[in-house]
Ligand binder design. Structure first.
Ligand SMILES: NC(=O)c1ccc[n+]([C@@H]2O[C@H](COP(=O)([O-])OP(=O)(O)OC[C@H]3O[C@@H](n4cnc5c(N)ncnc54)[C@H](O)[C@@H]3O)[C@@H](O)[C@H]2O)c1
Length: 427
């Protein structure tokens, strides 16, 4: 097959490499010239994706993968087009389709009868049928379904381990009609391999969800579930704080029974996905009060962590406070919707002076994110925001003037902090 992957980002590039590794000829289309140049040179444009460097070099070296900025021309040569251009959502959950619209217009111009189009970007329910189908039809003069198969197939992998996750998770597909779904299933079966999994109700592989809408909802539901679950854990944690209960022990105990899967409470839910997709879901279903409350509960946690600090330390006016961790989670160099921002904001609102350090970021990088890097200033209080592995080894000797540490992720070793007031969420 000739396959076009539209957008060579953290998801699109590993996908393109995977399809090439299965022996197909793949053209990656991206608007970023630098990305295209690097891919054509067999050089990965971003670090951190396991095995990508080796597999990319091999695919390019074998002549199976090339990149271009000309999406229309790439689509015109392809039997299947996989689209994984990002979609953005504002604070109110309103999607900004700008990048995806322009990609779809470029695809439409090159679309030929019979070419499968599969959208993998997480979308509000209904987008494939009501937005992409008409746009593709208008630009190509073809009819979706009758002339070309159209499916939605959400990408469920985690960056850093894309190749392993592609084998591990069933590939969900939903068509705008039955024939589209059949094409989609056949396509993904020829480009992916799956690990055997005893724990699933059906064999691991490509699962047809029946409609594009069901497939769109599956991705929003699995991510929203996590936000709601964390929201519940955070409410238990706040109650535990009032009641002198250690919520961690309670959650461990609950989860020893197979029907309980309570997640961990913590200072913040960050990243591109978990804080965003519930808002996208709410855009579809504004009556989802459970989803809305959980989002509010999670969004309030950075402020709550600062409340805990103030309760233990006293007035924070003029106090130098160090926020440990700019990344939204440990070991990932990504600040999208990171808890660092609302934590710094809540500290500043109380008159504290907030400094930030992170083992993955240079001072210049922190400054570029609008944060004040810690450069040896005397700090007397600290809040741990990201669960970087390095912080497991953190001791009071590293922060000699700190009298209160709020560990927002329970990452530090309680034994090591015995001489200093160490406060945890739900502890
Ligand atoms: N990153 C994740 O962890 C993750 C996980 C699962 C699913 N996803 C889904 O994948 C989507 C893409 O995420 P990502 O992390 O790969 O994004 P990314 O930011 O790494 O890359 C996006 C790429 O899209 C390119 N692009 C922008 N407009 C384009 C256009 N009109 N035509 C062609 N290319 C264009 C950019 O130049 C960039 O290279 C997300 O929106 C999400 O729905 C992401």
């Amino acid at each position: 097959m000739n396959i076009c992957v539209v957008a060579l980002g953290k998801i699109g590039l590993p996908l393109a490499v995977q399809f090439a590794a299965k022996g197909h000829r793949v053209i990656g289309a991206d608007v970023n010239e630098k990305v295209v140049e690097l891919v054509n040179a067999g050089t990965e444009p971003f670090p951190g994706e396991h095995d990508l460097d080796v597999k990319l070099k091999r695919a390019v070296g074998e002549g199976l993968l090339s990149a271009t900025t000309d999406t229309t021309a790439a689509v015109a040569q392809s039997d299947a087009v996989v689209v994984v251009v990002p979609l953005f959502v504002d604070a109110e959950g309103v999607p900004d389709f700008g990048w995806m619209d322009s990609a779809t217009e470029a695809i439409a111009k090159g679309l030929r009868p019979g070419t499968l189009v599969s959208y993998e970007t997480t979308l509000p329910v209904g987008t494939t049928r009501t937005r992409w189908a008409p746009m593709l039809e208008a630009g190509s003069g073809l009819t979706a379904g009758a002339d070309f198969p159209l499916v939605f197939s959400p990408e469920r992998v985690l960056t850093g381990r894309v190749f392993a996750d592609l084998r591990r998770y069933p590939k969900l597909v939903g068509g705008i009609d039955e024939a589209s779904a059949l094409h989609g299933v056949e396509f993904y079966e020829s480009v992916l391999d799956f690990d055997a999994r005893e724990d699933l109700p059906r064999p691991n592989g490509v699962w047809d969800l029946g409609t594009a809408e069901a497939s769109e909802l599956a991705k929003l539901a699995e991510t929203t579930y996590r936000d709601v679950n964390i929201g519940l854990a955070n409410q238990f944690a706040r109650f535990a704080d009032q009641s002198g209960i250690d919520v961690k022990k309670v959650i461990e105990a609950c989860n020893s029974q197979p029907y309980s899967h309570i997640h961990q409470p913590g200072i913040a839910v960050g990243g591109h996905c978990i804080p965003i997709y519930p808002r996208m879901y709410l855009w579809n279903d504004p009556s989802a009060t459970v989803v809305r409350s959980a989002r509010e509960a999670n969004a309030a946690m950075p402020e709550y962590a600062v409340d805990l600090l103030a309760a233990a330390y006293g007035d924070l006016t003029g106090v130098n406070v160090l926020v440990l961790g700019a990344a939204y989670r440990g070991g990932v160099k990504e600040t999208a919707f990171s808890g660092v921002f609302p934590t710094v904001e809540a500290l500043t609102a109380r008159g504290a002076v907030a400094y930030v350090s992170d083992p993955m970021y240079t001072a210049a990088e922190l400054t570029a994110h609008g944060l004040t890097p810690h450069d040896g200033e005397k700090v007397t209080a600290a809040i741990l925001q990201a669960d970087h592995a390095e912080y497991r080894e953190l001791t009071p000797a590293d922060l000699p003037d700190v009298t209160v540490l709020v560990d927002g992720r329970r990452t530090t070793d309680p034994e090591a902090w015995q001489g200093v007031r160490r406060v945890v969420i739900g502890g």
